[in-house]
Design a protein around this ligand. Sequence first.
Ligand code: DX5
Ligand code: ZN
Length: 221
Amino acid sequence: MGVQINPSILSADFANLERELGRIAGADAVHVDVMDNHFVPNLTLGLPVVRRIAQVSAMPLDVHLMIEDADRWAPAYADAGAASVTFHAEAAQAPVRLARELRSAGVRAAVAVRPATPVEPLYDLLGEIDMVLVMTVDPGFGGQAFIDGMLAKVRRLRAAVTAAGATVDIQVDGGVSASTIARIARAGANVFVAGSAVYGEADPADAIARLRLLGDAPYEV
Ligand code: DX5
Ligand code: ZN
């Protein structure tokens, strides 16, 4: 599993999403943040917009659901054209049943944890999912500072994935930048979401290339 850089369109120009997709050449996937103003104190976009982004994007969609009642809503994002659907552990009643439903719909299933949520309860679920998203800021907004304490969580999770012999990606989201990505990679993450560190730069494609180089560091676990 190589390094993946998934720019978050939360930091893009929402009035020109198709054009903004064209500025992230070299990305592995487009990270789409769905927020419902209940699970997090912010509201972004939902199914109709995701459906259109999927139609016009040349890149796969990595959909991050920051919504309540994930069991009820997540499968519709698989139908809308996502390649990967991430739901929050805190918002799912039956995560294994939901992950199985997503996988049988033909998409990758991923579970996210907020910074204050322990990742250990997911260890017994590693065979049921394709990726764990370790939030490295409290979800809801772009441009927040990386929480250094999350490096230990990533390190423990990488050790658990290795011990289980599982092929599970470890994604980090929040405060990923040229100054944080190398140490996150060394802790064991291999999929990086970056919003402001990509769209906040004059040349987003160049920012992606630089993040990819810096993130290509071996695990030190
Ligand atoms: C925040 C979102 C992130 C956000 C990251 O809750 O899940 O995907 O876009 O933004 P940056 O990279 O600016 O921290
Ligand atoms: Zn996100």
